[in-house]
Design a protein around this ligand. Structure first.
Ligand SMILES: C[S@@+](CC[C@H](N)C(=O)[O-])C[C@H]1O[C@@H](n2cnc3c(N)ncnc32)[C@H](O)[C@@H]1O
Length: 293
């Protein structure tokens, strides 16, 4: 039975039958994303919508994708809001549904069915805005080494699905090759028993943002702007296409203190509250950004 057929068959019982992996990933997902800011979300392998509703309650819009018509049907049956667009598609093929507009791409318990991790990171990068986040939660490789894999009961027998083992180093390599940096990595244990083999591994990666200056570039860039009569919008439009123009590691960085000198009254500092949240959680460096209005 191929993976798609198997999920069509599993859909009827997926939500109803006890499944520690499904439930612990749900916990990981909610805890990891609780403090993250996002408006436009792309969820791949949404299944019966275990996490979709939660996302939709917090986002402006969610695109939820799966290749199993039956899993999607179950997801659509759930009482949901009108801000979810469901789409049937195979995520091992080019993501026609990804438009570079997402703040967040998520997938849960999907990658064990995907051989080519690099392709998923590449397509996630296409789907995200610069600086966007990619969350995923998977069966921990330690469990995979011990033989665990997605399976369900049908007609008195057990159906085992085709799965691929992904080592932690595979995830990290695929991420960095496609311009992502790891922001958070967590392991999740049954009954919180940290002496046992972890069941779930979850990550948040961030797409490196070429529009944001690296620390080492900031001083030179500002000097450049000052030396060029502050024709800043022109410079921005050449070098960066969207809103963001500069980013500092600290809001009170000495360089940012020199900003009034460049006299751009219609610039305002954005994202200090995000920066604080991320910083409090020890996840992101305290970023401050400037946006041109
Ligand atoms: C274990 S279920 C997880 C569903 C949901 N994310 C959850 O956590 O409960 C895996 C889901 O991935 C979907 N899936 C697997 N391979 C896929 C592919 N190549 N393209 C799209 N969906 C896929 C399956 O149809 C199934 O709904």
């Amino acid at each position: 039975m191929n993976i798609q057929t198997a999920y069509n068959a599993w859909a009827e019982t997926y939500d109803a039958v006890l499944n520690k992996t499904r439930d612990l990933e749900g916990t990981a997902f909610r805890q990891m994303l609780a403090e993250m800011p996002f408006a436009e979300v792309l969820e791949i392998g949404c299944g019966t919508g275990k996490n979709t509703e939660w996302l939709a309650a917090r986002a402006a819009h969610v695109t939820a994708v799966d290749f199993s018509a039956e899993m999607l049907r179950k997801a659509q049956e759930k009482p949901g809001s009108g801000n979810i667009t469901f789409q049937q598609a195979d995520i091992t093929r080019e993501w026609a549904f990804a438009a570079g507009a997402a703040d967040l791409v998520t997938c849960s318990l999907l990658l064990e069915h995907v051989q080519d991790l690099g392709f998923v990171f590449q397509q996630a990068g296409r789907g995200l805005k610069p600086g966007g986040l990619f969350y995923f939660g998977e069966l921990h490789p330690f469990k995979q080494y011990l033989g665990s894999k997605a399976r369900f009961e049908q007609g008195g027998g057990t159906v085992e699905l085709e799965c691929f083992v992904h080592h932690v180093s595979d995830y990290m390599a695929a991420a960095s090759k496609n311009g992502f940096s790891c922001m958070v990595l967590r392991e999740w244990f049954d009954d919180d028993n940290r002496n046992a083999v972890p069941r779930i591994i979850s990550f948040i990666f961030q797409l490196d943002n070429s529009k944001w200056l690296k620390r080492t570039e900031v001083k030179g860039a500002i000097n450049n702007l000052i030396n060029n009569d502050c024709n800043i919008k022109t410079v921005l439009n050449c070098r960066w296409s969207a809103d963001y123009c500069l980013c500092f590691e600290k809001i009170n960085h000495p360089i940012s203190n020199s900003l009034p000198a460049i006299q751009v009254p219609d610039w305002s500092i954005i994202m200090p509250e995000w920066s604080k949240k991320w910083n409090d959680r020890g996840i992101f460096p305290p970023l401050a950004g400037l946006v041109v209005r």
